[in-house]
Structure formats: structure tokens, C-alpha cells
Design a protein around this ligand. Structure first.
Ligand SMILES: *Cc1c(COP(=O)(O)O)cnc(C)c1O
Length: 301
């Protein structure tokens, strides 16, 4: 499946003679983030071919991966189990749009303490989960594994070789690894991490062949799921001017970063940039509920 590249028309791009296109992977599915669709594709095929009837995975309360796994299981006739971080959510998950969506799609939600959640990938915990839920196909938190990267190798297509720079959001690094693996030798891949932590490069190297890539660490806005009024304002303006919706956790930060770098002359005139819109739009209503509580401006739908 190929998605459209949409040209972004903004005065600052004309002024700096930089062209920017957005690969609309967000259009793949209304509920599943584009990159999560790619990451789940070969995993669900494998689960079915090995006669698993259950997908089990882990995530936080606003996780795009949880929503996507619930949806993929639902569409493939599989059962899904979500191990969710935070015991307190057991009493108020129905107020959370991501968890409500996962539940409606048939996911069994299991809430665990932050302490237990940290131990989730240990042998002991996996044994406990097996005795509780039976045989299951395990997807790691964030969904990154070999097959997920293989799916993300299908994001770029032949005609994308006309771009000088490919930009991707980075969470666990699976998506950018797939992009790096298919980018051409003359293309540079830039990743915009949504997390503050520094361990990412090693994680990406585990899955990516050598390539010309780098991480731009200046636009995480304080860390995962942290936002500022300037970011919200940027997302709303960007949508008004381009009609392209951005999410506050990943794509909004990446586009803010790209436009800021254009302003700072980080790209030579004539540069052609392709930014991959990985989706994440299901997370907007959850973020808006949090913003409302803090009396901050909301993301316009
Ligand atoms: C999960 C997600 C990412 C991060 O993908 P990784 O493969 O974990 O790096 C980026 N953008 C969106 C919208 C996501 O949901």
C-alpha cells in the first residue's frame, strides 16, 4: 500500500527555497496510526499462520500502539489482551478515549502497578501472563521487532528517491529503522525523538543497516507527551494553513522542528524534504482532556 505525498505550501518554505512534502501515512486507517499499521502487518500474518488466537501487548494510557493492536486483532478475528501501566486506571479507564476505544474493539484491559509494569519483559512475568491468558503472540511495548521493521520498509517507494532528506518521528526507533533500510545512498534520514532519553541510537542500530542518518534531539518539548502552548499553537496554525492535522506527541513536534530548522537556515536552498506523517491522531482527544483540566488552549479538531 502506497500513500500520497502532499506538498506543503507555506511562505517560509518559499522564502528559504526549501520544498516540503508530507507522506500521508495517517490516511491508511482512521484508528490505527499509519506506522502502527505497518508494524502490525507482518506480525498479525505470522500470528495467524502459527495458529495463535490472541495478541498480547503492553502500553500506557494514551498509547497509539494499544489502540492499534486492539484494532488489528479485531479486524483479523484475533483476541487481544492489553497490559496497561497504572493500577489507578482500573476505576477510570472509561474516561480515557484510547482505552475506551481499545475496549470497544474487544481488547481485554489489565491494569498493573508501575512497578510490575517495569518487570513485564522478564521470564517470570511472561510465565505468569501465560498461565493467566493462555498461549499468546507477544508484541513488545511500542511494537518494535524484526517484522515491524520489515513492515516499515514499505513506507518509502521508488519515486521517493527524488527527495534529499526524509524525516521521521522516533519513539522506539522501529519506524525510522525501516525507513533507513530503504532510503537511497544519497538520501539523509533525520529522526525526531519524542523522548528525552539518550539510548535510542543503539536501539535503531539493532534494526537498521548502516546508512546516512541522524537524530535531531532539540524538539521533544520536555519529553514524551509533554506539550507547550507554543506547540499547540503551531499545530492549530499548521492545520489552518495546510489542512493537515498533526498529533501533539509525535508529528506535531517533528513538523515544528522541521519548520524551525528551515527558519534557521539548516537546509541549503533547493533542498527537497519528505516528512513521514506517522498518524497518532487518535491521541488528540486524550490530550485535549488533559489540556482542558490545566486550562490550556486545545488542539482544534
Ligand atoms: C508509535 C508512533 C511513533 C513511533 O514509532 P517507533 O517505531 O516506536 O519509533 C511515531 N509516530 C506515531 C504517530 C506513533 O504512533
Amino acid at each position: 500500500m502506497h500513500t500520497e505525498n502532499q506538498e506543503v505550501d507555506l511562505p517560509i518554505l518559499k522564502e528559504k527555497k526549501v520544498s516540503l512534502y508530507i507522506k500521508r501515512e495517517d490516511s491508511i486507517h482512521p484508528l490505527i496510526s499509519g506506522n502502527k499499521y505497518r508494524k502490525l502487518k507482518y506480525n498479525t500474518l505470522k500470528a495467524k499462520s502459527e495458529q495463535y488466537d490472541t495478541l498480547l501487548t503492553f502500553g500506557g494510557a494514551y498509547s497509539n500502539h494499544i489502540a492499534a493492536t486492539a484494532c488489528a486483532a479485531n479486524e483479523n478475528g484475533l483476541r487481544s489482551v492489553g497490559i496497561i501501566r497504572g493500577e489507578e486506571l482500573a476505576f477510570k479507564w472509561h474516561e480515557n478515549p484510547t482505552l475506551s476505544l481499545a475496549f470497544e474493539l474487544g481488547m481485554e484491559l489489565n491494569f498493573v502497578s508501575r512497578n510490575d509494569y517495569r518487570k513485564k519483559h522478564t521470564e517470570h512475568c511472561l510465565e505468569c501472563l501465560k498461565s493467566e491468558f493462555g498461549r499468546f503472540y507477544l508484541l513488545p511495548e511500542g511494537g518494535t521487532n524484526d517484522l515491524a521493521v520489515k513492515g516499515c520498509e514499505e513506507i518509502l517507494t521508488g519515486t521517493d528517491s527524488a527527495f534529499d532528506i526524509i524525516c521521521s518521528c522516533v519513539g522506539t526507533g522501529g519506524t525510522i529503522a525501516g525507513i533507513i533500510n530503504t532510503a537511497g545512498p544519497k538520501q539523509q534520514v533525520l529522526g525526531f525523538p519524542a523522548l528525552k532519553e539518550n539510548f535510542l541510537k543503539e536501539d535503531i542500530r539493532k534494526f537498521a543497516a548502516n546508512g546516512n542518518w541522524d537524530l535531531i534531539r532539540d524538539y521533544h518539548f520536555g519529553g514524551y507527551a509533554k506539550v507547550s502552548t507554543a506547540l499547540i499553537h503551531f499545530i492549530n496554525e499548521f492545520k489552518k494553513k495546510t489542512r493537515i492535522p498533526l498529533d501533539p506527541v509525535y508529528t506535531g513536534k517533528m513538523l515544528y522542528g522541521i519548520i524551525d530548522m528551515v527558519k534557521r537556515d539548516r537546509f541549503v536552498p533547493g533542498t527537497k524534504i519528505l516528512a513521514v506523517h506517522t498518524g497518532g491522531l487518535q491521541g488528540i482527544s486524550g490530550m485535549n482532556a488533559k489540556l482542558k483540566k490545566k486550562n490550556l488552549p486545545l488542539i482544534e479538531l
